[in-house]
Design a protein around this ligand. Structure first.
Ligand code: NAD
Ligand code: WQD
Length: 335
C-alpha cells in the first residue's frame, strides 16, 4: 500500500512516518516546510534505514498538487498538514481558513480526480467545544462553543468529509481526534521542534528548561480540580503515531471517528513535577490568571478506539518526559 503523508515532516507526521516504515508501508511525504525542516527526512532515515520520497509543495498550489497525484499511485492519504497556533488563528483567521480548509478542499479534489478514495484526517479534541463534562465521547455533538478559528477549521473539515462521504459511497474517511500530544521518539532524533513557538504547555516547559523562557506561567490555580490547575489528556506522540497504523488496518467505507487519548487527565502542576523528576532540575513557574477559553478538565474516552481499532496507549507521562529530555539533549548536540 502506498501512502501520502501531507505535513509528514511535522511533529506528529514524522513520528507516524517512522511507525509506518517500520511496518513495511511505502510512504511519500508532502510538506511546504512552513513549520518543519528538511533534515527530518535524514532523521527518519537514521531511525528506519529508509529515506521517504519527499515533495516540497503547498496544498494551495493546485498545479503542484496535481503533478504529485498524477505520478503518485497513492492508495491512501494521511492528512496532517495544517496551521495549528491557536493564538495566531484569532489574529489571522483568513490565513487559517484558507490554509486548513482551502488546502483540504484542494487535496480532496485531487484525490477524486486521481481515484484516491481513502483519507485519515488529523482532527482535534478542540471540536468538542465546551460540553460541560470532562470525559469526551465520539458521539457528542461537535462545533458548539469552539473558541478560536483554528478549532473551527477542524470542525468545518470534519463536516466537509462527512458530506463527501454522503455523496460518494466508495469514499472512506477516518477522523482521528487527538488529545494533547507530548514526548518524542526514543532515539532523540525527532520531536517537537523547539524553534517553533506555540502556546502549548509542553513546548513552553521545554523552553523554560533550556533557559530560553524565564519561567512557566501557570494559567490559573482556582479551577475545580484537585490542585486547582487545568487538566488535560497528554498522549505520547509514539502512541498517537501507532493509532494511525491501527486506523489504516481497520478502514471502511463512510466516516469513522475515533478519539486518540489515554483516558487519563493530568494537571499542569503534575506535568511540572513529572518534568522535574525526569530532569533532576527545578522548573521555575509562577501562577497567573486563567487563559481565556480554557476549560478546567477534559480527557478522552478511548473505548471506541480500543474496541474497534484494537489500539491502546502504552507509554506514560514519565516516558514522555524522559524522551523529551533526551530529544532536547540530542537537539543541543546537533547545533
Ligand atoms: P506541525 O506544525 O509540526 O506539522 C504540520 C506540518 O504541516 C508542518 O510540517 C507544516 O510545514 C505543514 N503544512 C502546513 N500547512 C501546509 C500547506 N498548506 N501545505 C503543505 N504543508 C503544510 O504540527 P503537528 O503538531 O504535527 O500537527 C499535525 C496535525 O495534527 C495538524 O493538522 C494539527 O492541527 C493536528 N493536531 C495537532 C495537535 C497538537 O497539539 N500538536 C493536536 C490536535 C491536532
Ligand atoms: C494545556 C494546559 C493550560 C501553557 C490546545 C489547543 C487545542 C489542541 C491542543 C490542536 C491548559 C495550561 C498552557 C502555559 C499553562 N491543539 N498552560 N501555561 O489548551 O488543551 O489545547 O492544544 O488541536 O486545539 O487549544 O493545550 O498545551 O495549550 O494547555 O498553564 O504557558 O496547560 O491552561 O490547562 P490545550 P495547551
Amino acid at each position: 500500500m502506498k501512502i501520502l503523508l501531507t505535513g509528514g515532516t511535522g511533529y506528529i507526521g514524522s513520528h507516524t512516518a517512522v511507525e509506518l516504515i517500520e511496518r513495511g508501508y511505502d510512504i511519500e511525504i508532502l510538506d511546504n516546510l512552513f513549520n518543519s525542516k528538511i533534515t527530518v527526512l535524514d532523521d527518519i532515515e537514521k531511525i528506519t534505514g529508509v529515506k521517504p520520497v519527499f515533495h516540497k509543495a503547498d496544498l494551495l498550489d493546485i498545479p503542484a498538487m496535481d503533478e504529485i497525484f498524477r505520478n503518485g499511485g497513492f492508495d491512501l492519504v494521511i492528512h496532517f498538514a495544517g496551521l495549528k497556533a491557536v493564538g495566531e488563528s484569532v489574529e489571522k483567521p483568513l490565513k487559517y481558513y484558507e490554509n486548513n480548509v482551502g488546502g483540504t478542499i484542494n487535496l480532496l479534489k485531487c484525490m477524486k480526480k486521481y481515484g484516491v478514495d481513502r483519507i485519515i484526517f488529523s482532527s482535534s479534541a478542540t471540536v468538542y467545544g465546551d460540553q460541560g463534562v470532562a470525559e469526551l465521547t465520539e458521539e457528542m455533538q461537535t462545533g458548539v462553543g469552539i473558541t478560536n478559528p483554528y478549532g473551527e477549521t477542524k470542525h468545518v473539515i470534519e463536516e466537509i468529509l462527512k458530506d463527501v462521504a454522503e455523496a460518494d459511497e466508495k469514499f472512506e474517511a477516518t477522523i482521528l481526534r487527538y488529545f494533547n500530544p507530548v514526548g518524542a521518539h526514543k532515539s532523540g532524533l525527532i520531536g517537537e521542534d523547539p524553534n517553533d513557538i506555540p502556546n502549548n504547555l509542553m513546548p513552553i516547559i521545554m523552553k523554560v528548561s533550556t533557559g530560553e523562557i524565564k519561567e512557566l506561567s501557570v494559567y490559573g490555580n482556582d479551577y475545580d480540580t484537585p490542585d486547582g490547575t487545568g487538566m488535560r489528556d497528554y498522549i505520547h506522540v509514539v502512541d498517537l503515531a501507532k493509532g494511525h497504523v491501527a486506523a489504516i488496518e481497520k478502514m471502511k467505507p463512510g466516516i469513522s471517528i475515533y478519539n486518540l487519548g489515554t483516558g487519563k487527565a493530568t494537571s499542569v502542576l503534575e506535568m511540572v513535577t513529572a518534568f522535574e523528576k525526569a530532569s533532576g532540575t527545578k522548573l521555575p513557574y509562577k501562577v497567573v490568571g486563567r487563559r481565556a477559553g480554557d476549560l478546567a478538565k477534559i480527557f478522552a474516552n478511548p473505548k471506541k478506539a480500543r474496541e474497534e481499532l484494537e489500539w491502546v496507549t502504552e507509554l506514560t507521562i514519565e516516558d514522555a518526559m524522559n524522551d523529551t529530555i533526551n530529544y532536547l539533549k540530542c537537539f543541543a548536540e546537533k547545533k
